[in-house]
Design a protein around this ligand. Structure first.
Ligand SMILES: CC(C)(COP(=O)(O)OP(=O)(O)OC[C@H]1O[C@@H](n2cnc3c(N)ncnc32)[C@H](O)[C@@H]1OP(=O)(O)O)[C@@H](O)C(=O)NCCC(=O)NCCS
Length: 179
């Protein structure tokens, strides 16, 4: 099914050795819901209405399809594992400060610790700096989210300390264009 979607000219944000990140289609709802309805995926994120229900999944996909972002300064896309041709999670850059977005990933629990977030994160950084005017990228993680903090470190971000983010204390990381 993924092949069919891609051949129908769905925008691919980028492709790495094992993964690609592409725009959503409405056909993605069931698979993304399967991933995002697992409470483990939201253990350290304090987003509203978690784990996701089917309606939230549909609204999320519709929002990003309607916005139709095609530049990397603000986007969210479906992560596809090339070997299985399956959606394994989501990744993107969220607006935070002007020209300084925040990176986000959420992978299905069975795909953790395979190096995938690191692979995507490095590519988001290099492609976003090459193709947009952003001057830096922030990464925020719950201080106890060891995996997320480790990934932010592995993709070259510097630790800035603990700060307030969306009404909670998060560990802040940052990488600037000149690094
Ligand atoms: C955080 C997340 C994106 C990481 O994705 P991932 O593909 O598993 O990350 P990677 O495999 O690239 O790297 C994970 C690193 O964390 C380390 N790690 C994972 N769990 C750990 C733990 N409990 N203690 C210590 N290190 C841990 C891994 O060993 C690895 O580091 P290493 O390469 O030095 O060994 C993934 O766990 C996830 O989607 N979690 C749920 C959503 C979330 O918290 N998103 C982040 C905030 S939006």
């Amino acid at each position: 099914m993924e092949e069919e979607i891609i051949n129908n000219l769905v925008y691919i944000y980028f492709e790495t050795k094992n993964l690609l990140v592409r725009q959503y289609t409405m056909k993605d709802i069931d698979r993304l819901y399967e991933i995002m309805s697992n409470p483990l995926v939201h253990q350290y994120t304090k987003d509203k209405n978690c784990p996701w229900d089917r309606l939230k999944t549909e609204q999320y996909i519709r929002f990003f399809m309607d916005k139709n972002f095609v530049t990397l300064d603000c986007f969210h896309g479906a992560i596809i594992e090339k070997a299985s041709n399956k959606i394994i999670g989501l990744a993107g850059l969220n607006p935070y400060k002007e020209n300084e977005p925040e990176i986000e990933w959420k992978l299905g629990a069975m795909y953790w610790n395979k190096g995938y977030a690191t692979e995507i994160g490095k590519d988001i950084i290099s492609k976003a700096f090459k193709t947009t005017n952003i001057i830096g990228i922030y990464g925020m993680a719950d201080p106890e989210n060891v995996a997320s903090r480790r990934v932010l470190q592995k993709i070259g971000m510097n630790y800035l300390g603990i700060n307030e983010f969306r009404n909670k204390k998060d560990a802040f990381y940052y990488i600037g264009r000149l690094q």
